[in-house]
Design a protein. Structure first.
Length: 222
């Protein structure tokens, strides 16, 4: 069986999101840690690699025994390897391909500068009690991104694969994306799922049923 399933969903930022870009040549007093942006539009993006890596880690953690250390990527369980791939022995082609996610509601903001905020963080040296102030740039809550994931249909384990992906997306909504998550950043939610099948006979109604409860797992709502 050959073909592709294209999964589209909308990711909503619930708390400030920081996925870092280049910090080179920052002027004195400027943002210490800027977010990554699309070079053409200067709008924030979510790299496909960031989303893929987080979903893989959360899924691997959920399949590990309590207290068990996560294995190396190449030693992940079979379902993770076939979904996310492996670059060395065993070499496994990823069935999932994650596109960079672009901002979809830029018109909701009066200017590009309103799409991000500067979050001030104060780090205290435990030994000297010296305070070190820094500015972290974050995409503001309410920003929305179009997420597109392609899945290669190769065998008859489509339902199992889709259920695993949906599980990883549920877990992400209880965790965080990007940096500084333990300090409140990076909470996101997924919604408005749609599915397009190319050269494959897959009932999209079944796929909708698998992903319908993903939104029920969001930690916060706005």
């Amino acid at each position: 069986m050959d073909g592709k399933i294209v999964i589209k969903t909308e990711l909503t930022v619930l708390t400030g999101l920081h996925i870092g870009g280049s910090e080179a040549f920052s002027a004195i007093g400027a943002i210490d840690s800027p977010v990554i942006r699309d070079k053409r539009t200067n709008l924030p993006i979510i790299p496909g690699s960031s989303l893929k890596g987080k979903l893989r880690t959360l899924l691997a953690r959920s399949l590990a025994k309590p207290g068990e250390r996560l294995p190396k990527h190449n030693d992940d369980k079979a379902i993770i390897l076939r979904l996310f791939g492996s670059s060395s022995d065993p070499i496994v082609k990823s069935r999932l391909q994650f596109a960079d996610a672009f901002l979809s509601n830029a018109d909701d903001f009066s200017s590009i500068s309103d799409i991000t905020e500067a979050k001030f963080e104060n780090m205290i040296d435990r030994f000297t009690s010296r305070a070190m102030l820094r500015q972290i740039e974050r995409v503001v809550s309410g920003a929305k991104f179009n997420v597109v994931i392609s899945y290669d249909v190769e065998k008859d384990d489509i339902i199992e694969d889709m259920a695993a992906l949906a599980k990883a997306m549920k877990l992400l909504q209880l965790d965080y994306l990007g940096g500084h998550g333990t300090r409140g950043s990076g909470r996101v939610s997924f919604g408005r799922f749609s599915f397009d099948c190319y050269d494959c006979n897959v009932d999209t109604g079944v796929l909708s049923e698998i992903f319908k409860d993903v939104e029920q797992y969001e930690l916060l709502s706005i």
